[in-house]
Every structure is written in structure tokens, then in C-alpha cells.
Design a protein around this ligand. Structure first.
Ligand SMILES: Nc1ccn([C@@H]2O[C@H](COP(=O)(O)OP(=O)(O)OP(=O)(O)O)[C@@H](O)[C@H]2O)c(=O)n1
Ligand SMILES: C[C@](O)(CO)[C@H](O)COP(=O)(O)O
Length: 233
């Protein structure tokens, strides 16, 4: 039977957020933002181990006592210049412990509102799939294409469009091959690299609560979601 592992790329610097420190280390209810994703993944009964990929220059991760709460957490100091490079380096570093057919669930450090329910849906939806798949949500709003003056150039059809989220779940060997092939093109997610092999990952419907903290306004929304769920302990 294939096992499931989680890989959290956390080597970004949050340039769009624009804080004094990388957004994964901003404090949310007394804990670093990344703690919430680590906690949900580490507590899921199907996930054998959680790996975190840090920048080699990272001096902030170790200011939190991770080992008391999450003794199995594995820290890989091999982040790269792009998200794809960080994930690829992480996959290479975990290769000794993870079999080719094992599943790897890649999840952004900046998506703190991942829930047990999201993980259950993704694993159930993908574990018997031959390619793998991702959480995503169908586009709900009417889409407008802008011109250079910030005016509407066209209304774009939204049929068949989804917003990609994480986790993105693929077998270790397939994802490694996909990223080794595509990394120089800087795919913004794992599915993009797998698609470039000519494969069609599965879309598993998630929900908008699994948002990514990209801009400062996203942080308040994430805090409200976590607080509403009683996730603050
Ligand atoms: N070189 C990089 C860039 C990003 N990430 C990680 O990829 C995830 C999603 O990326 P994004 O929101 O783009 O984060 P940042 O790169 O930090 O933000 P920005 O693009 O605004 O600089 C985050 O967990 C981030 O830490 C990474 O591990 N290595
Ligand atoms: C992986 C991702 O979170 C899926 O939405 C996204 O692609 C991350 O990259 P971006 O920098 O926000 O484009």
C-alpha cells in the first residue's frame, strides 16, 4: 500500500505581502502562520510524516519549539529561488524515506486554513487515481479581461475554469520527474509540471476557506476563518 507524506514549501519571502519578515512567520493568535498548516497535516491519520522546506538562510523557523508538539516533523534546509525549485529540492531530499509510489501532498505554508475535511476529500478523491490531483474551486464570478487603461476589453467565459489550491497530491516518482523536466519554466504549481508531461491531474472540489495569504488583506480573513472554527487553542 502507498503511504502519504506532506511537503510544505516555506522558503518564500512574501514579497507581495510586504511585511518585515516572510509571511509564514507572521504571528496569528500567538503562533507563526505556518504552524496552522503543519498542525493540520501532522494530525491527519493518513499522513506519515510532514517535511518543511526552508531557505538555507532561514533563522526564524527555529525560534518556535516544533519538536515538542510535532516530534516527527522533518526540516529540510534546501529551499530554492522559485517555489518549483523548493519543491523539487524537497522531493530529492526526502527520496531516502519515501518510495516511488508513495503520495506526496504539497501544501503552501501560506494556506493556514486547511482543514481535516479538505484533506479527507483530497485523499479520498485522488488515492485511486493514476495521475494524482489537486484541491480547487470552480470560478464563481463573471470574469473580465482588462485593457492597458484598466477598462474592460472583454468578458471571458468562466465555464470550465477553476482556481488551483493546495494540497496537490502526486506520487513521488511522477512529481519528481515532472518537476525535473519543467522546473526551468517555473511552473507556479505542481499540477502545471505534471500537465507539461501530457497528463491530466484530477480536480477535487474544495472551498474558498482554504485561501492563500498573499496580500495583507488575506491575513485578516484567515484569522476570522480560524477563529470561527475554534482553531485558536
Ligand atoms: N522560492 C520559493 C518561493 C515560494 N515558496 C513557498 O511557496 C508557497 C506559495 O508561494 P507564494 O504565496 O507565492 O509565497 P512567496 O513566494 O513567499 O510570496 P511572493 O510570491 O509574494 O513573494 C509559500 O509557502 C512559499 O513560502 C518556496 O518555498 N520557495
Ligand atoms: C500553488 C498555488 O498556491 C496554487 O494556487 C499558487 O500557484 C502559488 O503561486 P502564486 O505565486 O500565488 O502564483
Amino acid at each position: 500500500m502507498s503511504h502519504c507524506f506532506a511537503l510544505i514549501p516555506a522558503a518564500g519571502n512574501g514579497s507581495r505581502f510586504g511585511a518585515a519578515l516572510p509571511k509564514q512567520y507572521l504571528t496569528v493568535a500567538g503562533r507563526p502562520l505556518i504552524w496552522y498548516a503543519v498542525r493540520t497535516l501532522a494530525m491527519h491519520p493518513r499522513i506519515r510524516r510532514v517535511y518543511v522546506v526552508l531557505s538555507v538562510q532561514d533563522r526564524l523557523f527555529d525560534t518556535w519549539d516544533w519538536q515538542t508538539e510535532f516530534p516527527g516533523l522533518a526540516v529540510l534546509r534546501c529551499g530554492g529561488a522559485t517555489r518549483a525549485m523548493s519543491v523539487l529540492n524537497g522531493l530529492r531530499a526526502m527520496a531516502g524515506e519515501v518510495a516511488a509510489e508513495d503520495w506526496v501532498l504539497v501544501h503552501d505554508a501560506a494556506r493556514p486554513c486547511l482543514s481535516r475535511h479538505h484533506l479527507d476529500s483530497l485523499i479520498a478523491g485522488v488515492e485511486h487515481d493514476s495521475v494524482g490531483g489537486i484541491l480547487a474551486i470552480p470560478v464563481a464570478d463573471t470574469l473580465k479581461r482588462s485593457d492597458a487603461q484598466g477598462r474592460i476589453a472583454a468578458t471571458a467565459p468562466r465555464e470550465g475554469l477553476w482556481q488551483a489550491q493546495t494540497p496537490q497530491m502526486f506520487r513521488h516518482a511522477l512529481l519528481l520527474r515532472a518537476l525535473e523536466t519543467a522546473v526551468s519554466r517555473e511552473p507556479t504549481d505542481e499540477a502545471g509540471a505534471v500537465e507539461a508531461l501530457g497528463l491530466k491531474p484530477k480536480l477535487v472540489e474544495g472551498d474558498a476557506s482554504n485561501l492563500k495569504v498573499t496580500w495583507p488583506r488575506d491575513l485578516r480573513l484567515a484569522e476570522l476563518i480560524l477563529s470561527d472554527r475554534g482553531t485558536y487553542l
